[in-house]
Write a protein that binds this ligand. Structure first.
Ligand code: GLC
Length: 631
C-alpha cells in the first residue's frame, strides 16, 4: 500500500533516527543512575514531536535547507553583529529599519542581547530572566519577535537570542513556587537546609562578582534556606541533576526556535553542573548536557544551532566545540575568548610570541561541524585568562605579573599606555583584576581624540582595523559588537542610573551613534575610516573560500616578535594572514611565512600584487595583509 503520510512526518522520523542515539547516550551518562532512561526518552520524543508539529511552515523549510547544507554556519559569508535592541533601535519593531545598514556592513547574523522579560530593577543586563515565554515589555512582544526575525531572515540575517540556562531570576515562576515550598519546583534549584554544604562547596569555588555579589550562596530568612547563586543574589542556579529541568529548558529553547530564533547563545554553560571539591565549571556532565540539547534540537528544529558561552581557560574551552566522543555532537559555535585575550595581550606587549605559542599548542586546527565565534570586544569585562604555565614559558614573564601588567595597561595606569579602560571586580584576596572599556577606548582612540593628536588617532584606527581583520580571517565567524564598526568610545552615563551604577560593564554598552554610522560612507574622521575599513574587510572575507570555518587554522611561528601570522590552507590555495602588533614598520622574509620562492602573491585585502615569495614583506604600523598566490 502506498505510504500516504505527509513527507513532514517522515522527516521527523528520519531526524529522530539520525540524532536520537547521540541524544539518549548523553542523557544516559548524566541521568542513567537515578532515572528510567526509557521513560525519559519517551517523554522527550513526545515533547520533540509536539514542538515539531507546532513549528511554522517557513521554519520547516529552513530546517530542510539546513539539513541539505549542514555547514551553512561555517561559511565565509557569515558575519555576526551584536546589539542591545534599545540602544540600537529603540524598540524591537524598529530593528528592521536598520536592516539596510546591517546589510551594507555584510551582516548575516544578528545577536539581540538579552530581550526576554527580565526581573524588574537590576537584571544583570537582562541575564536574570523571569519569563522565557515573553519579550521584555519595554522592547516589545513575542509577536514582534516573530515578525522581526522573519524580516531579518528574508534579508539573509539569522537572529541569535540569549538562552540563560544556568539560572533564572528569583522572580521566575519556578523560583517563586520553590520559595513558597512546592517540592516539585524546590527540586529545580539547589537549595540547602543549612550552611554546611554551601561552606564545603565554597572551599573550591571562585567568585564571579566578588565586589557586588561575594560568595556563591544566599540565605533567605523567609525560607530558612540557602540557595546556590553563582552570579548575583537574584539569579538562582538551576539544578540540572533534575531531568525535569532538562525537559523544561528544552521546551523553552524549542519555543524560542519556533518563534524564529536561529541561534541560541547558551549563557554561562560552564557552570551548569556542580561537584563537591571542584570549581564547579566545565565538568564532563556539561558536555553531555550540551550534546543532548544540540541533538534534541537537530530533531525538532534542525535549522537552529547553538553557541556556547564559556569564558574559560584554553584547555577547558576546546571541549565546547566537541572533543573525543563529543566531536561533531555539541555546540556548533563557541566564543574564542582566548583569541580575544591574546589580541589585547600582544597589543600591549608589542610581542606576539605568547599568542602564537598558546594558540598553536592548546587549540586544534579545526573541529568537526563546529567553529569559533571570534571577537575582540563584547558587553562583558575582559578577564585576563593568561595561564601561569603558558606565561612561564616566556620567563622572566610570570602569570601574575603579566595579568597585572595587562590590567594596569588597559586601565591606563601603565606608563605610556594608549588605553582608557577601567578596573572591574578587583579581588583583594587573589589580586585578580578585570577590565572594562570599549574596543575603541582600549585601542587608544579616546585618549588620542582627547589629546587632539592626529598621529595617535591614526594609530588607534589602525589597531581597530587590525583587530577586525584578525577576527575576519582567523577561522570561524567574526562578531562585530555594536559601535565597534564606528569606534564608539566609553559611555560613562551608566553611573547616573541607580539600576546600572554598580556594574561598570555598562561602560562598554553605549547607545548607537546613528549620525556617525550613517555618515560612515563619506565622512572624514575616525568613525568614517573605521566604518569603511571594517565594511571592506568583511566584504573581502566573503569573497575568500579559504576563510570558511571548515578550513584549518594554522598558527605560524614567524620568529618575529612583532608579527602574528596564520595560514588558512584552502582547497585551491593557502591564504596567509599577517598582522603587525606594533606602531613601527616591521619586515619579514617571505620564506619565514612559508611563501614559495618565485611565486607572486597578492594582498587579498587590497587585491594588489605585493611581493614574490623570496622577497621581504614590509608592514606599516598595525598593518595587516592577507597573502594569496597570484594566479
Ligand atoms: C554571561 C553574560 C554576562 C552575565 C553572566 C551571568 O557571562 O555574558 O553578562 O553576567 O553570563 O548570566
Amino acid at each position: 500500500m502506498a505510504d500516504t503520510r505527509p513527507i513532514t512526518d517522515t522527516l521527523f522520523d528520519l531526524r529522530w533516527q539520525r540524532s536520537a542515539p547521540d541524544m539518549t547516550a548523553a542523557l544516559a551518562r548524566v541521568y542513567g543512575e537515578n532515572c528510567d532512561i526509557d521513560r525519559l526518552t519517551a517523554r522527550l520524543r513526545a515533547l520533540l514531536l509536539e514542538k515539531w508539529q507546532a513549528r511554522p511552515r517557513d521554519l520547516r523549510a529552513l530546517d530542510l535547507a539546513r539539513d541539505v547544507m549542514p555547514d551553512w554556519f561555517l561559511s565565509q559569508q557569515m558575519v555576526g553583529y551584536v546589539f542591545y535592541i534599545d540602544r540600537f533601535a529603540g524598540r524591537l519593531k524598529d530593528v528592521p529599519k536598520h536592516i539596510p545598514y546591517l546589510q551594507k556592513l555584510g551582516v548575516t547574523y544578528a545577536h539581540f542581547m538579552p530581550c526576554l522579560k527580565p526581573r524588574p530593577g537590576d537584571s544583570d543586563g537582562g541575564y536574570a530572566v523571569m519569563d522565557y515565554g515573553a519579550i521584555n515589555p519595554a522592547l516589545g512582544t513575542m509577536a514582534d519577535f516573530r515578525r522581526v526575525t522573519k524580516q531579518m531572515r528574508a534579508a539573509g540575517i539569522s537572529t541569535c537570542i540569549d538562552m540563560v540556562l544556568n539560572h533564572t531570576a528569583k522572580e521566575h515562576e519556578w523560583a517563586e513556587k520553590a520559595r513558597a515550598g512546592d517540592p516539585h519546583y524546590r527540586a529545580f534549584y539547589r537549595i540547602f537546609d543549612d550552611a554546611t554544604l554551601p561552606r564545603q562547596y565554597e572551599q573550591s569555588l571562585v567568585e564571579v562578582f566578588p565586589n557586588q555579589a561575594p560568595g556563591n550562596f544566599t540565605f533567605y530568612p523567609d525560607m530558612d534556606k540557602w540557595v546556590w547563586t553563582t552570579f548575583n543574589e537574584y539569579q538562582w542556579d538551576l539544578n540540572w541533576e533534575n531531568p525535569e529541568v532538562f525537559l523544561a529548558i528544552l521546551a523553552v529553547i524549542l519555543d524560542l526556535a519556533n518563534n524564529g530564533a536561529e541561534v541560541m547563545r547558551l549563557d554561562a554553560v560552564a557552570f551548569m553542573w556542580k561537584r563537591m571539591g571542584t570549581n564547579c565549571q566545565n565538568l564532563p556532565e556539561v558536555h553531555d548536557l550540551l550534546q543532548a540539547i544540540v541533538q534534541a534540537t537537530r530533531i525538532a528544529a534542525p535549522g537552529v544551532v547553538h553557541k556556547a558561552e564559556a569564558i574559560v581557560g584554553p584547555r577547558d574551552l576546546v571541549p565546547y566545540l566537541g572533543q573525543g566522543r563529543h566531536a561533531g555532537r555539541v555546540s556548533q559555535f563557541a566564543y574564542h575568548n582566548n583569541l580575544m585575550v591574546q589580541f589585547w595581550s600582544s597589543l600591549a606587549a608589542r610581542d606576539t610570541r605568547m599568542m602564537a605559542d598558546v594558540l598553536a599548542r592548546h587549540f586544534p586546527e579545526n573541529f568537526r561541524r563546529a567553529g569559533w565565534a571570534t571577537y575582540i570586544r563584547c558587553h562583558d569585562d575582559i578577564g585576563w585568562a593568561i595561564d601561569d604555565g603558558d606565561a612561564a614559558r616566556f620567563a622572566p614573564i610570570t602569570g601574575p605579573g603579566h595579568r597585572r601588567f595587562l590590567a594596569d595597561f588597559y586601565a591606563g595606569r601603565f606608563p605610556g599606555s594608549f588605553a582608557r579602560g577601567a578596573d572591574f571586580q578587583v579581588n583583594e584576596e587573589t589580586g585578580d583584576k578585570r577590565t572594562n572599556g570599549t574596543f575603541a577606548s582600549l585601542a587608544g582612540l579616546e585618549a588620542a581624540l582627547a589629546a587632539g593628536d592626529p598621529g595617535q588617532v591614526d594609530l588607534a584606527v589602525n589597531r581597530i582595523l587590525m583587530g577586525h581583520a584578525l577576527i575576519a580571517s582567523f577561522g570561524g565567524m567574526p562578531l562585530i559588537y555594536m559601535g565597534d564598526e564606528i569606534g564608539l568610545t566609553n559611555d560613562h552615563s551608566y553611573a547616573r542610573d541607580p539600576d546600572l551604577a554598580e556594574d561598570g560593564r555598562w561602560m562598554q554598552r553605549p547607545a548607537m551613534d546613528w549620525v556617525a554610522a550613517t555618515g560612515g560612507e563619506t565622512a572624514e574622521g575616525p568613525a568614517g575610516w573605521i566604518w569603511r575599513g571594517t565594511r571592506h574587510i568583511l566584504a573581502r572575507r566573503k569573497a575568500l573560500p579559504q576563510l570558511a570555518g571548515s578550513v584549518p587554522t594554522r598558527i605560524l611561528q614567524t620568529g618575529h616578535p612583532a608579527l602574528f601570522a596564520v595560514q588558512r590552507p584552502g582547497d585551491d590555495a593557502t591564504l596567509t594572514a599577517v598582522f603587525n602588533f606594533t606602531e613601527h614598520r616591521q619586515a619579514i622574509d617571505g620564506i619565514n611565512l612559508g611563501l614559495q620562492e618565485g611565486q607572486w602573491y597578492i594582498d587579498a585585502l587590497t587585491k594588489r600584487p605585493l611581493l614574490q615569495g623570496q622577497d621581504r614583506l614590509d608592514l606599516p604600523p598595525y598593518g595587516r595583509v592577507w597573502l594569496l598566490p597570484a594566479t
